[in-house]
Design a protein around this ligand. Sequence first.
Ligand SMILES: [Zn+2]
Ligand SMILES: [Zn+2]
Length: 402
Amino acid sequence: MDEVLEAARSVDWAKLGERILCDACLGRLFGKVGHGHTNAERGRAVRAEVRLPEGVCGLCQGLFDGLDDLARIAARALEPWEYRTFVIGSKVDPELQAREEALWSELGVSQPEPMKAELNREIGKRVADLTGKEPDLAEPEVVAVVDPAFDHVEVQVNPLFLRGRYRKLARGIPQTRWPCRRCQGKGCARCGGTGKMYPTSVEEVVAAEVMKETGGTGHALHGMGREDVDARMLGRGRPFILEIDIPRRRTFDTAAVVARVNGSGSVEVDGLVRATRRDVVALKEDRAAKTYRVLFRSSPPVDEAKLKKELSVLLAQPIAQRTPFRVAHRRADTTRHRRLRTAEVLRVDGDLAEVRVTADAGTYIKELVHGDAGRTHPSLAERLGVACEVLELDVLDVHDGE
Ligand SMILES: [Zn+2]
Ligand SMILES: [Zn+2]
């Protein structure tokens, strides 16, 4: 406390005149001096040294006497929500803030703490005591914004994030809900009033079960890349994070939810574990290679030896892919360069051939096979000198974290 008193002695107290300050407001003038004291403790120590008038605080008008009540109101406002971590925010009258800053410059104090910071911290400590929950400034599950002028608390509920890997066992299912192109989701003749291009999606199958348990108001699915609507996603599955908006509950029997999702017959998940918003960023940045199975028809047919030879040629060089025709309406026309990492022939049967390839993240596999009218170069069709039509595509593995 010595450094606080030293700072207080350097202030010209005559300038305060008849102004009255409570212990918290007095101590806050030196709020960033020293550690381990509340501002009220700092204020009491200063008051013992300097003669100051007593009465209702001219700065906060008694606001800091009401912290216990504000904390009780905040704790009650948070009651309907299940949460482990929280943070307190507050609304401070701009006039009050201006008055506080004027006082700082009048007295020439160098290390004051703003009123808002103290309110948030002191109410936060009390809410932690009342609720047994943990303050978390970085990624709180709920935020209670206290407005002391009206004894009002506004609660913001942060999303729940759940991570897993999904398998998509059926074709014709997009990864995320796909609004109808014609009506943008309102419902029209094209979509049969559903507002969607496809009846369901991986997102909807998984989210439907999670929403029942959490009582959320909305959802989003973040995938580590995505496969085509007509491609299956097999093997270990694709990493994803499901985001649930404004969840009432955050803990539930995930094994039961997983079992219900897996009962859908079209989508399976390996589990659902808690994640954070930071995990979503990392997931979106991952550049995992993928392994695919491709079944295609070549006309005229090619023999296995020729197919093997040309695949090995493709393995040895970078592949330039101009944005494919099929996605040109929604993506910029650029050229990307990708590499095949492995390639093998699974079978050749008349004009049908099946291959397994592993390619860099972001490789257009269908185009790699059929060539997209020369927009992908080189391509398997170009190397073989025949037309190749892709019949089936499956993602067999996503090599994340390898
Ligand atoms: Zn005060
Ligand atoms: Zn429509």
